[in-house]
Design a binder for this molecule. Structure first.
Ligand code: ATP
Ligand code: MG
Length: 467
């Protein structure tokens, strides 16, 4: 570990702090890797060294100017009123890595009711897990959570039905709170009292080594909450951190459990992957670890699915532009082509039905709104029309369909991923732009048209004369 001037900001992806050479209060004195031995047991804060690693302000790079102004106001007011107030979770991790945090979460020893008393703009939310939301203006909400702990098994209520609520609402110390978190790098605290960083779980060392490590025994923690397996793959991809073999084995061993996770939560985590540009990478890794099918209701990817999803992720790169209907269409387009090969020239009604049948089980599993399924289906059918070539009836109407522009974006991505003809995309783009049917020479895919209704011959005068 290098010693640096604390005023120097780290470059992206690099962490800037010192341990050992600068004064570090409470760092394990014998230099042994306590965290590794701890990881092999279940989460147990009492089994770990009692003293946390504390990096005083000069020994780390986080400056208050990097923290959102309203978050600072909340931290200060809690502190002034005699409560502990820490910045917690992903924001501390991201600031140490020189990244911009997505949001700033606060941990405190004040109960939700006590927080509410301090802030007029505070609302308590959550039935099972009470949280304080402090609103600033129309758009900003700062989440303040009371430190919680893992109760001892003896303390659990007799009725298993009550375990969930009980587990969520056991207030604890900052140290206990750190140990109930998922990964060591997500359990770092920034203490507003003295601007120090407090590390109870060895997260600083893991940031330095660029590795993602589960707090406690990965098998136990994944069984406790299977969504953590997906989060492990997500953070490893987002930060470029390695996952140790023990964690990978635990994912393989516990993958089936994720089928029981609440589908709304899994759906939100899946969208999060695409928001961070790691959808393709994580889903491919999930596939190799046997996590994909239980995660996505038995979903089977096609040959070029991951390639297409990677292009789709590039397409979404601008923040907030994730389009769930496009992801849905992208997940199924490979299998759609197998069901509806363009050479077969199927009637559009049949193509529409096939696309619907393909999407329905997935949409039912995730309880997706009909509107979303409709948009994805229209995109698939749109791709079919584009691939089928020009010179078909009804194109004018199709060009005016609200889903057509997105269908063309999808078609272009699919074309790129599969080495298709870019000229065809350009012709359609022009047609869409002008709102007129394409005037270029019709392009039809090779192969016999098998599903055409035989055209009825017009009756001639002779036929009429014959009666
Ligand atoms: P980002 O917001 O950048 O995606 P984050 O680390 O802040 O990353 P959140 O989903 O916002 O992730 O969660 C906030 C914190 O809550 C995490 O850093 C972690 O400490 C804790 N956490 C979230 N989900 C779990 C979980 N399933 N099990 C244990 N702790 C969790
Ligand atoms: Mg967060």
């Amino acid at each position: 570990m290098t010693t640096r001037n604390a005023a120097e900001l780290p470059s992206r992806g690099e962490i800037c702090y010192t341990v050992g050479t600068l004064p570090v209060v409470g760092f394990p004195k014998d230099g042994k890797d306590h965290w590794n031995s701890m990881a092999s047991s279940a989460v147990n804060s009492s089994a770990a060294p009692a003293d946390p690693t504390i990096l005083p302000r000069p020994a780390h790079s986080i400056s208050r100017s990097q923290i959102d102004e309203n978050t600072l106001k909340v931290l200060y007011r809690l502190h002034r009123n005699g409560y502990q107030a820490h910045l917690v979770g992903g924001s501390v991790r991201d600031l140490l890595l020189g990244r911009t945090p997505k949001d700033f979460d606060i941990g405190t020893d004040a109960t939700p009711q006590q927080v509410k008393k301090l802030f007029r703009n505070c609302f308590l939310v959550g039935r099972r897990f009470r949280l304080a939301h402090i609103r600033f203006g129309r758009d900003q909400v700062i989440e303040v959570a009371t430190f919680r702990r893992h109760p001892h098994p003896d303390e659990l209520p007799e009725d298993p039905e009550e375990h969930g609520t009980f587990l969520q609402n056991q207030f604890g110390t900052p140290r206990e709170d750190a140990f109930r978190r998922d990964f060591t790098i997500n359990a770092l605290f920034y203490n507003i009292a003295d601007f120090s960083i407090v590390d109870h779980v060895g997260g600083l060392q893991d940031l330095e080594n660029r590795r993602l490590r589960v707090i406690g025994d990965p098998g136990v923690r994944f069984a406790e909450d299977p969504v953590r397996m997906l989060r492990a793959l997500e953070f490893s991809a987002r930060l470029g951190f390695t996952l140790d073999p023990e964690t990978l084995d635990a994912i393989t061993g516990k993958a089936h459990l994720i089928a029981e996770a609440a589908s709304a939560r899994v759906r939100e985590e899946l969208l999060e992957l695409f928001r961070h540009g790691v959808g393709a990478e994580v889903l491919q890794r999930a596939q190799s670890l046997g996590l994909l099918q239980p995660l996505m209701g038995g979903y089977q990817p096609g040959e070029s699915t991951f390639k297409l999803l990677a292009s789709l992720n590039q397409h979404f790169r601008t923040p907030g532009s994730v389009d769930e209907a496009m992801i849905l269409a992208g997940l199924f387009i490979d299998r759609f082509w197998h069901k509806c090969p363009v050479q077969a020239s199927l009637p559009i009604n049949e193509v529409l039905l096939s696309a619907g049948h393909l999407l329905t089980p997935y949409c039912n599993h995730f309880r997706l709104a009909h509107g979303l399924r409709h948009q994805a289906r229209e995109m698939l059918v749109g791709c079919y029309r584009f691939a089928r070539g020009l010179g078909h009836r009804g194109q004018k109407r199709f060009l005016l369909n609200p889903e057509t522009p997105r269908a063309l974006e999808m078609f272009q991505l699919w074309n790129q991923a599969n080495g298709g003809d870019p000229a065809l995309v350009e012709i359609w783009k022009k047609a869409l732009h002008t709102g007129h049917e394409p005037t270029e020479k019709p392009v039809r895919p090779p192969g016999r048209r098998t599903h055409h209704r035989p055209r009825r011959r017009r009756r001639s005068k002779n036929d009429l004369a014959r009666g």
